[in-house]
Design a binder for this molecule. Structure first.
Ligand SMILES: NC(=O)c1ccc[n+]([C@@H]2O[C@H](COP(=O)([O-])OP(=O)(O)OC[C@H]3O[C@@H](n4cnc5c(N)ncnc54)[C@H](O)[C@@H]3O)[C@@H](O)[C@H]2O)c1
Length: 328
């Protein structure tokens, strides 16, 4: 099969490309390297076994000509490209909205023109400020005001969901929506505020682990390879179109406990340092206190079950960050 991955040089996109190449697909990626990196894909690009199976276009998804050609060539599209991460969104508010809304609309339009099945990566951020757990696909969504820009990421992803579902309803386009919860693993960068790679880097350097707020907020973390297998199962299934699926892990941990766990796993002398949200982000910043996915729907439909526990995830991330920092 010929597969197009937008954002294929990113963290999740590159793992998805790797798994699809391993199973024998031809993989085309498009990425503007805004948060992705050639380092993420160099190993497949330089692998002679993939020379006729892996094709890279460095371009924005907003480039119509490039997208027409790629969508025309491929059988299915995994749309992973997006402006990602609260810190990045706060720094690039307008560009982020354009990429996330206009970019997705263009891709859906082209997928409809060529009748190509498309999976859209949405986010657990769309749930907003819920306190209950687990969060299920039919829950109401609760946001802060539009003057608080952190919510623009959630709103843009929600708009992507509406647009995708509208194409399904009005044009019969085969669209699958996935709400990814915190996904972690090797190649993820801490540069845009992602918590685990940031903590691991701080711990390996014996620097303070900077926890935002009081650290009592909780998250679950899913290993990227588990997420990739969920994405592929949804795409391969013939009864997932026109629906929304959570993909995530179920092991809930507070951020302060996560920091302490990472300090122990790294044998580090670091200490936890609490940083008020307004110092870390902006005045009146709102965080989500809890974010635990309900995964019954994806489990029932395609048998998804996270396989990798947090200790294994951390040990894999620590090894990869050590390599990146050249620490033995
Ligand atoms: N990592 C997570 O925990 C998580 C959670 C929820 C949702 N998601 C979603 O999963 C997808 C992948 O996220 P990720 O964690 O791999 O982040 P990432 O930043 O590593 O990947 C996004 C990729 O998209 C590329 N990109 C951005 N704008 C582009 C544009 N205009 N044209 C072409 N390429 C562009 C970036 O360069 C990057 O390679 C995103 O849609 C994100 O919203 C991720």
């Amino acid at each position: 099969m010929r597969v197009l991955i937008t954002g294929g040089a990113g963290f999740i996109g590159s793992h998805l490309a790797e798994t699809l190449l391993e199973r024998g697909d031809d993989v085309y990626i498009i990425d503007d390297l805004s948060t992705g990196s050639m380092d993420n894909i160099r190993q497949f690009k330089e692998n002679p076994a993939y020379a006729d199976h892996f094709f890279v276009t460095i371009e924005s998804i907003l480039n119509h000509d490039a997208m027409i050609e790629l969508t025309g060539i491929c059988d299915v599209v995994f749309h992973m490209a997006a402006a990602v991460g609260v810190r990045y969104i706060l720094k690039h508010p307008l560009e982020s909205i354009k990429t996330n809304i206009e970019g997705t609309e263009k891709i859906l339009e082209l997928c409809n023109k060529f009748k190509k099945k498309v999976l859209i990566a949405s986010s657990s951020e769309v749930y907003g400020k819920h306190m209950h757990a687990p969060l299920v696909e039919t829950d109401n969504l609760i946001y802060g005001p539009s003057t608080k820009f952190r919510w623009s990421y959630a709103a843009s992803k929600l708009m992507d969901e509406f647009t995708g579902l509208a194409y399904y309803r009005t044009k019969g386009l085969n669209v699958i929506i996935t709400r990814l919860f915190n996904t972690v693993g090797p190649r993820q960068t801490g540069a845009y505020g992602m918590v685990i790679p940031r903590f691991v880097k701080q711990a390996l350097k014996n620097e303070p682990l900077t926890v935002y707020g009081d650290g009592s907020q909780t998250r679950t973390f899913t290993y990227v390879k588990d997420v990739v297998s969920g994405l592929i199962s949804l795409m391969d299934s013939d009864n997932t179109a026109g629906e929304v699926f959570n993909i995530g892990g179920i092991e809930e941990i507070s951020i302060v406990n996560l920091a302490e766990k990472i300090i122990r796993a790294c044998n580090s002398s670091s200490k936890v340092e609490l940083i008020p949200y307004e110092e870390a982000f902006e005045k009146d910043f709102e965080d989500m206190q809890r974010r635990v996915p309900g995964i019954e729907k994806i489990k029932d439909r395609v048998g998804f079950k996270p396989q990798t526990d947090l200790d294994t995830i951390l040990s894999n991330v620590i090894e990869s960050v050590k390599k990146r920092l050249s620490i033995t």
